[in-house]
Design a protein. Structure first.
Length: 354
């Protein structure tokens, strides 16, 4: 939360591309925005929105990324959020194209657009003045700056963007980049002005351009896939979207698991294998056991996974839904793809009178 008052704030991370995704929301209106969403993290981020009871208004892109595919189109299709991009980004399919000085609102939260080209033509920084925050994308990184050797990059332009648009913010403003490759999460304007080895201290434009033109970095691994996809806001070829599991109303949790409502399980018992992972003594206790359920205690599941039938989806259950959530993870790792945890476990099952 970082002590941000009425604003809900989360910094999320994709380990494959070292991308940060940011969630900002008004804790009264529950209106939210996401900045720099990642295609593969769509289910994680949607689950967080659901669990925090937030309504997504916008997905914001700081620029056209070359290292991952955006999830903006997926969010637009499923949650009705609007896709926001720079007017200079060159992408098609956005709902709103922004430029210098434009503002976006989510409840009381106001994000002001500052144009910061140089890494790409369409790079922007989103500033939240009321909370002393700025999201710099790849323009300014923590003790670094976005590379300028491809995708309309220009080192002199980036120098001017950083010094005129970011370093003119108050020194104590917190800066959140789109990436970090060393585990760093946040910096400040003052820190980067002083300690950034590329653009800080006494560095002038000539110093910066010389530094950036001699980085010698390898070509981004995903650029041939990511850039064409992101120029369409992440819309897959043919416009097809990934379908949810067809066997039942499975939902994904922010923790990375899958869950299913006990009412549905009760109504479709013959269509699934119910796996009870409690200890044997628990099945004869106050909460009882579901008729016809298969019993394998969680501690024995890895050794006995071959006993779990594969002809039907598997729903796991325990006392509270905690152990069975782990059982579902173990089964997925063992190759059981149609699997989910019964939400709330036997406590909720009993409370619902099932």
């Amino acid at each position: 939360m970082y002590g941000l008052g009425a604003m809900i704030f989360r910094q999320l991370f994709d380990p494959q591309s070292s991308t940060y995704t940011y969630l900002l929301a008004d804790d009264q209106t529950r209106e939210a925005v996401l900045i720099d969403v990642v295609f593969e993290q769509f289910e994680r981020d949607r689950a967080l929105l659901r669990e925090l009871d937030l309504r997504l208004l916008y997905t914001l892109e700081t620029h056209i990324h070359a290292d991952h595919v955006t999830a903006a189109w997926r969010f637009g299709q499923t949650l009705g959020s609007r896709i926001v991009l720079s007017k200079l980004g060159g992408a098609e399919g956005a709902d709103l194209y922004v430029d210098e000085g434009d503002e976006l609102r989510a409840g009381s939260i106001v994000l002001t657009v500052r144009a910061t080209p140089g890494h790409t033509n369409g790079c922007v920084t989103y500033v939240v003045f009321d909370h002393g925050l700025a999201f710099t994308g790849d323009a300014l990184l923590i003790r670094a700056a976005g590379r300028t050797d491809f995708q309309q990059g220009d080192a002199a332009t980036l120098y001017r963007s950083i010094t005129r648009q970011i370093f003119t913010l108050p020194d104590d403003f917190l800066l959140y980049p789109a990436h970090d490759y060393n585990g760093r999460t946040v910096t400040t304007v003052g820190e980067e002005e002083l300690w950034n080895p590329r653009v800080g201290g006494e560095a002038n434009e000539t110093d910066f351009v010389g530094y950036m033109c001699n980085l010698g970095l390898p070509h981004p691994k995903q650029i041939d896939v990511a850039v064409p996809a992101n120029l369409k806001c992440g819309r897959p070829e043919g416009g097809l979207r990934a379908e949810p599991p067809s066997w039942g109303p499975v939902t994904h949790t922010f923790a990375g698991g899958t869950e299913i409502d006990p009412h549905w399980v009760a109504d479709h018992r013959r269509q699934v294998t119910i796996l009870d992972v409690r200890e044997a003594t628990e099945r004869t206790g106050d909460l009882g056991a579901i008729d016809g359920s298969l019993h394998i205690p969680l501690g024995e599941l890895q050794q006995r996974v071959a006993e779990v039938p594969r002809d039907k989806p598997v729903v796991c259950v325990c006392r509270s839904g905690r152990r069975s959530a782990q059982a579902a993870v173990l089964l997925e790792k063992a190759g059981v793809h149609d699997v989910a945890n019964v939400t709330g476990g036997m406590i909720r099952w009993r409370a619902l009178g099932l």
